[in-house]
Write a protein that binds this ligand. Sequence first.
Ligand SMILES: Cc1cc2nc3c(=O)[nH]c(=O)nc-3n(C[C@H](O)[C@H](O)[C@H](O)COP(=O)(O)OP(=O)(O)OC[C@H]3O[C@@H](n4cnc5c(N)ncnc54)[C@H](O)[C@@H]3O)c2cc1C
Length: 360
Amino acid sequence: MKVVIIGAGVAGLSIGWKLREGGADVLILERAQPARAATWAAAGMIAPTAETAHAHPDETPFARRSAALWPEFAAKIEEKSGRKIGYRRDGALMVARSEDEARQIASRSNRELLTADEARAREPLLGSAIAGALWDAEEAQVDSRALGAALTNVFVRAGGKLSVNEAAVRIEVGDGWLGATTPFTTHVADKVLVAAGAWSGRIEMDDNVLPPVRPVKGEVLALVPPQGALLPAQVVWGNGVYLVPREGRLLIGATMEEVGFDTRLTDAAENWLTDRAVSLMPSLANWTIDEHWAGLRPAAPDGLPVLGETSVKNLFVATGQFRNGILFAPAVAETVSRLILGLDAPEIRAFSPQRFGKAP
Ligand SMILES: Cc1cc2nc3c(=O)[nH]c(=O)nc-3n(C[C@H](O)[C@H](O)[C@H](O)COP(=O)(O)OP(=O)(O)OC[C@H]3O[C@@H](n4cnc5c(N)ncnc54)[C@H](O)[C@@H]3O)c2cc1C
């Protein structure tokens, strides 16, 4: 079976790898360089408790299943690529700034909340304006840039073909075949998977069945501490931001903006992120901004992932992971590769691309 995948982000690369393991002949078309879009921009949190507070009932079990698959997924990627991807299950502290917020946070878990003093004992950088915190030891993180590079390596070592700087501009639907047309040629395949992140709805088709995903911009800062200052030992959420210790830096994320495909960096975002972080951890005012970047999350109108076969036979989609594409990666890879290979896959009807009908 020949499969063409459009997009080499975490989704396309990990599904492509699983398809190779299942014996398919796989070509990934990447319009730029692999894993340099949302996957590169991500903070890399594997945060089913912190991120699925208001999730759809079908999303929470999917997130939990994926988080449980992560340790083995990470170990296999490291073993097959010979590279470290920084998977760490150090837990996360979800900080409340008022009694009201403390009650909301407490409802995410059956664990007891820490008092403000207990939270500061776990994370001494926290300031005085906190009411308590939820501690979840199961939350994890991965270095998403290292992950993208390692997955690219694993896919190619598994015998996958990757064509970079080759954008799919159109999908052709033939009689028993599909084609991905690029400026250079039409790649004919038995099955095509669109895993083009926030751009997944923008590929031309005669009868457009691709989902109406849109980009949601996120800006992130990385701070370096002054000499002698320690990084937090775990991910910390609070005051509308998250703080992720990574390789000697502290990532502060992330804004959420609906500004189309604009990824320009703004002073407003920089100020918003630093103000929020400093009011949570006052000593961060003395840290230095080392990097500032932006990325586009792929979001469906209902906020749910879009995974599975479209109403065009053999045309599949994996997008709409929104804020959780790193968390979801192992479950997406397993589920979508099995669907493409025609094997039994876990039930994900709520995520079907067919829920949107055809685009006008
Ligand atoms: C600031 C920020 C922070 C985030 N933090 C987290 C986090 O902590 N945890 C988490 O789980 N998730 C996080 N996310 C979300 C996560 O990054 C995404 O959900 C995930 O990376 C989506 O992966 P993807 O492979 O679908 O898309 P992408 O990584 O965007 O990859 C899509 C690829 O398709 C290519 N492409 C597009 N159009 C075409 C075309 N026509 N032809 C060929 N190639 C094409 C692009 O060049 C790109 O390489 C964050 C996102 C952002 C922006």
